[in-house]
Design a binder for this molecule. Structure first.
Ligand code: C2E
Ligand code: MG
Ligand code: MG
Length: 613
């Protein structure tokens, strides 16, 4: 019997099953009619964990009810209590009377002990009087010890399970909000994808990013910021269903996974509920009311996606919502999903990019509208990817921003463009060609950007005013005050500032007055409409007029036809850039455009238009 039990010890046994087996076998082996195991724990009533039959259970129960009896005494005294004949027993009068009535005659209770701890007792019952002989007592004690070993083992196992459960909880949850973290989110999403494959009902992932949360931290401190996050987590959880998962994946970013959400309308309902939950003003210490909004990106699971793709896709959609000004939501459609997968691959390859010599710059001429003479170039970033071919900046820049690589890449662009300009200055001393470099909003806001530009400006031979930094209206979306201060700092360095893609943002013409721009570049969508629709004409004409009144010069982007060029001459636009004049080209192409004989940069538009890479 012992060897049977020894074997089960090393398997994944159920303690209840083992104890049931134990009490059953004891009755077969020893001259007793029933057996039971009672456990005690400090401050709690004794518990029976096993009984060989109904009578054993009743006797154990009787002792608990009465608070006396040999088994309890064994538990408490930690000694074996032998009652060979209850008729002659005086220690437990109430129990004895009731037990005799129920047909019990002899009881032997052996304490279960482990080191100094009493765990309970192994109780042997008989319906006839008589001692257990020494051999039987030794066997009983051995079995009691075995029982103890099982119990201690079970307890250790339960402790281990509990601590590994606790550890798992800690490692899978966000300590601040108690929500699942990214690891658990991915696990749950993976399961949701598996289920959705079986049910053919897709799940939706909602990427929720709070708008202007950084401002909350900056203004009220991180303690308040944390409180806001906890409250936001609570509100978002409240509107989700019990089976949904809400995770906090970083600072102010949450992801909700909602199963069986298959239509855009359903997802929109969900977003509306989340928005409404956030919309109620939050009261901060000092009765300050704060209203919160979020940018939400939605992506659905599909047949052949993995969790990573779905989260990336929702993240990408969120990013679009954010770019569009925040407090809105965007969906990722099938086409975008393909793009997202493509971009996920690129994202991985971004790592170490600057060390691999895969980036280069193309330069697109900017000419004077009136006579087509070359006045400047714009440096445009290109990534020659070894397997995916040429990656354009509209793809690369947002990826680099997300990966935190934009400050380094932007610095590389500024340095490369400056070196090229110095080369032209050196080779063609009369050259006064300006160099325009694009600066993304995140790059402008990144730590040390002004210092980086200052160092580059100092290291250049070309004068600072021939360096133009181009930025879009999005620079002021996050933190307009800070953007303004940074732009003023840049102006101090002597560089020129251009407002790029003007008209595509949501800000008004008053923008031109508030920010210290020198040049406004009218977006190509309006230039494309010039010869076609009156609205574009009016917008272009009034932008040129207003800019001139404010002392800014105007560049038209994306000039593709002679009609557009003529219209821009008529409207008095200062400069033009576009395929009609020249496409972006390698720097050697620009060399041939800058008059090598020192006669200035006068080249007719026709000539420029013919130079195509
Ligand atoms: P952007 O600054 O507005 O640059 C002009 C874009 O319009 C360029 O696209 C150029 O190739 C394209 N373009 C020029 N003329 C025409 C035309 O006549 N027709 C048409 N359809 N397109 C024309 P590209 O090179 O793909 O650059 C896209 C955007 O990526 C740029 O827009 C700029 O915002 C950004 N970008 C480019 N290089 C950099 C960089 O080094 N850093 C950062 N942060 N952004 C960059
Ligand atoms: Mg530009
Ligand atoms: Mg532009």
């Amino acid at each position: 019997m012992l060897s049977d039990f020894a074997r089960t010890m090393v398997t994944d046994f159920s303690i209840q099953a083992i104890l049931d087996e134990l009490v059953g076998r004891i009755v077969e082996m020893l001259p007793v009619t029933a057996a039971g195991v009672t456990l005690i724990s400090p401050g709690a009533e004794p518990r029976y964990v096993a009984a060989s039959d109904g009578s054993a259970l009743r006797f154990e129960q009787l002792q608990t009810d009465l608070g006396e009896g040999p088994c309890l005494a064994a538990c408490q005294s930690n000694e074996t209590i032998s009652v060979p004949d209850l008729h002659a027993e005086g220690r437990f009068p109430t129990f004895t009377a009731r037990a005799l009535e129920a047909g019990l005659v002899a009881v032997f209770a052996l304490p279960l002990r482990h080191r100094k701890h009493q765990l309970g007792a192994l109780d042997l019952y008989r319906d006839s009087a008589g001692e257990l002989n020494a051999e039987a007592m030794i066997a009983a004690q051995t079995l009691a010890d075995v029982t103890t070993a099982y119990l201690v083992n079970a307890e250790a196992r339960a402790d281990l399970e509990e601590s590994s459960r606790r550890y798992r909880h800690i490692s899978l949850h966000d300590p601040l909000t108690g929500l699942p973290n990214r690891v658990l989110l991915m696990e749950r999403l993976e399961q949701a994808i598996l289920r959705s494959r079986r049910s053919a009902l897709s799940a939706a992932a909602l990427f929720i990013d709070l708008d202007q949360f950084k401002g909350v931290n900056d203004r009220y401190g991180h303690g308040v910021g944390d409180d806001v996050l906890v409250e936001v987590a609570r509100r978002l959880s409240d509107v989700l269903r019990p089976g949904d998962t809400l995770a906090r994946v970083s600072g102010d970013e949450f992801v909700a996974v909602c199963e069986e959400v298959t239509t855009v309308a359903q997802a929109e309902g969900l977003v509306a509920r989340l928005d409404a939950a956030l919309a109620r003003p939050l009261v901060l210490p000092g009765s300050v009311e704060l209203s919160i909004s979020a940018s939400v990106g939605v992506a659905f699971t599909g047949q052949d996606v993995v969790a990573e793709d779905v989260v990336d896709a929702s993240d990408k959609a969120m990013y679009r919502a954010k770019q569009a000004g925040g407090a809105r939501h965007e969906f990722l459609n099938a086409r975008d999903r393909g793009i997202a997968t493509y971009e996920a691959g690129l994202q991985r390859d971004l790592h170490g990019l600057l060390g691999r010599d895969e980036l280069h710059l193309a330069y697109q001429p900017i000419v004077e509208t009136a006579d087509g003479h070359l006045t400047g170039v714009e440096a445009l970033l290109r990534w020659r990817h070894p397997s995916r071919g040429l990656v354009m900046p509209s793809v690369l820049v947002p990826l680099a921003e997300r990966a935190g690589e934009i400050p380094a890449i932007g610095k590389w662009v500024l340095e490369g463009a400056s070196a090229e300009q110095d080369h032209w200055q050196h080779a063609y001393p009369v050259s006064d060609v300006t160099m325009s470099v694009n600066v993304s909003a995140q790059q402008l806001m990144s730590d040390g950007f002004v210092a980086t530009v200052a160092a580059i400006v100092r290291a250049r031979c070309s004068p600072p005013e021939r360096l133009v930094l181009e930025m879009t209206e999005s620079v002021s979306v996050q933190d307009g005050q800070r953007a303004l201060a940074l732009l003023n700092d840049l102006k101090e360095l002597g560089v020129k500032l251009a407002l790029d893609d003007f008209g595509t943002g949501y800000s008004s013409l008053s923008y031109l007055r508030q920010f210290p721009f020198d040049i406004v570049k009218i977006d190509q969508t309006f230039i494309a409409g010039l010869a076609r629709d009156q609205a574009s004409q009016i917008i272009v004409a009034s932008t040129i007029q207003l800019a001139h009144e404010l002392g800014l010069t105007v560049t038209a982007e994306g000039v593709e036809t002679i009609e557009q060029h003529h219209e821009l001459i008529r409207l008095g636009c200062d400069s033009c850039q576009g395929f009609y004049f020249a496409r972006p080209m390698a720097s050697a192409g620009i060399d041939t455009l800058i008059d090598p004989l020192g006669n200035g940069n006068h080249l007719p538009a026709r000539t420029l238009a013919q130079i195509k890479r």
